[in-house]
Design a protein around this ligand. Structure first.
Ligand code: HEM
Length: 617
């Protein structure tokens, strides 16, 4: 799913300091990590690719590291100098003390009692030019697992402590809403499952979760494989023509095609061509991202809505999508009326296994606006996230040839030349660990957003109602206290025979799909989708960063994007031959032929006994 990290920056001038010692002393139960001088041991957070794109030699890596160290050392020095520290003049502190005393005497304002959360000041100079969650990491190392970031009159609590995250997301989740996230996404998701709170959320969650049952997810495997085959067709052509490819946009198309079919049985077919509806989806997505980072919400100005060409375009795109969804709902209703299938727990219409079909067949009593909001929410949630996971996975793989070799070995061994079945996917354990690890290093979204709806205590600090909170999953996933070689891509950290890592078995220091009652409903779907796509691509091709590719740097939208795309050189693999033994299934030698869409039909599925040939010697 996608939760957009929203920062409305209102940047104050920097002046005044208090000593960092006094700041540290404010913190009690969540002590700040005083480990700044370890910075030099960590590889770049802002991950620049080598300029020649090939596996970079020591010189490239060294210069990357030196630049990164310099950036971090400068930021650390600025943090230490107090530039980010909120000054408190004598009279402010006096007023605070008197006010606090008065509140205590009258029993009001409970949240003001107790120690105060460490404060840091937001600065455009630090945030500008890079993804906003990067400076939050540096500030976390200084101020600890919870601190207040002040932007002029606004402030946010930044949480990077697993116990506090667990408290907000799970133990006391009913005290927190989606806050600014719901406000910003209202134009596109309305009261859909991601932004919804309270009773609407409870009712819709109860209706939607059963639709993603095991049989449905298993049925989706062939959808994932077919879409991945189509992408292989595109890559094959590029490989033959010797053209580099921009993988981020291709992954975005792949996951759009998948989610359209999976959620409401609509074939966007965006891997083959662009059409109006694909363009409309992207206009709306970009608008959501723009709104999540815009300094001024111009779209709320009444006249602006009507005269701004951009807003008019957005409204037209939304109308097209809504009309299309209404048509699809109408078609699906007719199908449901005409079918004799009995509804049951694992109900699924073979021709149309979509979530929409399940919801209508279940007799879900819902207004068409709410249904559209939910469909739109799942479209966005399931599309951007998976595209980002694949993008960063392939970036990481291009940097670690040894991991790639291990991955390809597993895929060759488990899949051979067959289309994957659910049983194969379960055997792709190393591939799954690669995805687990990619999600650790590049969590999508990097930040979860909440607003307190009542007074609470976080990490020993009282907080009041109405606090906007960012849970930095990025910080949790890279905290050097919780992870050895925190910034290293090491799928081996997750034992192959161990459980699939999740927030429960990692005690909320790993939150790839959130946690608590608002945990992602599509976690299994998404994991299988990413495993299948990765496996199908790496068994056919080798991937390297393209020569002259722009540096691969991060920027924030709803998920982590690259700033200039992920340009890669794709080459057809010359795989070691699979030596047949008595049990080996022999299939067409697709390595020697050019791969195209028609090969989807030719490739046997392992469940398809008629297409298997057993080699005999
Ligand atoms: C790799 C892909 C995905 C990732 C990383 C991901 C991540 C997440 C995360 C972190 C949350 C929790 C947000 C929060 O607590 O604020 C979430 C919620 C959600 N996700 Fe996903 N998601 C993915 C794929 C999907 C897919 C494929 C679907 C739908 C089929 C989906 C639907 C949702 C929905 C509806 C929610 C809101 C649940 C609620 O609030 O009750 N996600 N997702």
């Amino acid at each position: 799913m996608a939760t957009s990290p929203l920062i409305h920056l209102q940047i104050p001038s920097h002046n005044g300091h208090i000593s960092s010692t006094s700041l540290f002393s404010l913190s009690n139960s969540v002590p700040p990590l005083r480990i700044q001088n370890q910075h030099h041991r960590w590889s770049p957070l802002r991950c620049s690719a080598s300029s020649n794109g090939r596996p970079s030699g020591p010189t490239d890596k060294d210069s990357e590291r030196i630049l990164e160290e310099k950036r971090r050392a400068e930021l650390a020095a600025r943090i230490a100098s107090g530039e980010f520290t909120v000054p408190e003049s004598g009279w402010v502190s006096l007023v605070r003390t008197v006010g606090g005393l008065f509140s205590r005497l009258t029993g009001e304002d409970k949240a003001q009692r107790g120690p105060e959360i460490p404060r840091a000041r937001g600065s455009l100079a630090a945030v500008g030019g890079q993804a906003f969650f990067l400076p939050l990491y540096d500030l976390f190392l200084t101020y600890g697992g919870i601190f207040r970031l002040v932007f002029g009159p606004k402030s946010f609590l930044i949480v990077s402590d697993p116990a506090i995250a667990k408290h907000i997301l799970r133990d006391n989740s009913k005290a927190y809403s989606k806050g600014i996230l719901a406000e910003i996404l209202d134009f596109v998701m309305g009261k859909g499952l991601i932004p919804a709170d309270g009773e609407i959320w409870r009712v819709r969650r109860r209706a939607i979760v059963p639709a993603l049952h095991q049989k449905y997810v298993a049925a989706m495997i062939s959808l994932f494989s077919e879409a991945s085959c189509k992408l292989c067709g595109n890559l094959e052509k590029a490989a033959l023509d010797g053209e580099d490819v921009e993988m981020e946009s291709l992954f975005s198309r792949l996951t759009l095609d998948v989610i359209g079919k999976a959620v409401f049985n609509y074939d966007f077919d965006s891997l083959t061509h662009d059409n109006g509806i694909v363009e409309a989806v992207y206009i709306v997505l970009r608008e959501a991202e723009m709104r999540s980072t815009a300094p001024i919400p111009v779209w709320e100005i009444p006249i602006w809505k009507d005269i701004s060409p951009r807003q008019r375009k957005v409204n037209e795109a939304l109308k097209l999508i809504n009309d299309t969804l209404d048509d699809l709902i109408g078609i699906c209703k007719k199908m449901v009326e005409q079918e004799d299938l009995q509804f049951h727990e694992e109900y699924m219409n073979e021709q149309d296994p979509s979530i929409l079909h399940f919801l209508l067949a279940s007799g879900d009593d819902v207004s068409s606006k709410q249904l559209r909001d939910d469909l739109m929410t799942m479209l966005i949630a399931g599309h951007e996230t998976s595209a980002a996971v694949l993008t960063w996975t392939f970036y990481l793989l291009s940097k670690e040839p040894e991991v790639m070799a291990k991955l390809q070995e597993e895929v060759d061994r488990v899949l051979g030349d067959c289309m994957p079945t659910i049983d194969d996917v379960k055997k792709l354990v190393y591939t799954t660990r690669v995805i687990n690890e990619s999600l650790r290093l590049y969590p999508q979204p990097p930040v979860l957003i909440r607003r307190s709806m009542e007074d609470d205590v976080l990490g020993g600090y009282p907080i009041g109602k109405g606090e906007d909170i960012f849970i930095s999953v990025w910080n949790l996933h890279r905290c050097p206290k919780n992870w050895t070689d925190a910034d290293k891509f090491k799928p081996e950290r997750w034992p192959l025979d161990g459980p699939n890592p999740n927030e429960i078995n990692q005690n909320f220091s790993y939150l790839p799909f959130g946690g608590g009652p608002r945990k992602c409903v599509g976690d299994m779907f998404a994991t299988f989708e990413n495993v299948v796509a990765t496996a199908m691509l790496v068994r056919r091709f080798d991937f390297q960063l393209a020569p002259n590719a722009p540096p691969v740097e991060m920027t924030t939208g709803a998920t982590i994007h690259t700033t200039e795309g992920l340009k890669m050189t794709v080459t057809r693999r010359t795989r070691p031959p699979i030596i047949p033994n008595l049990e080996t299934k022999v299939v067409s030698d697709s390595q020697s032929t050019s791969f195209d869409q028609s090969e989807i039909e030719k490739l046997p599925s392992k469940g398809d006994q008629t297409s298997e040939v057993t080699a005999k010697f």
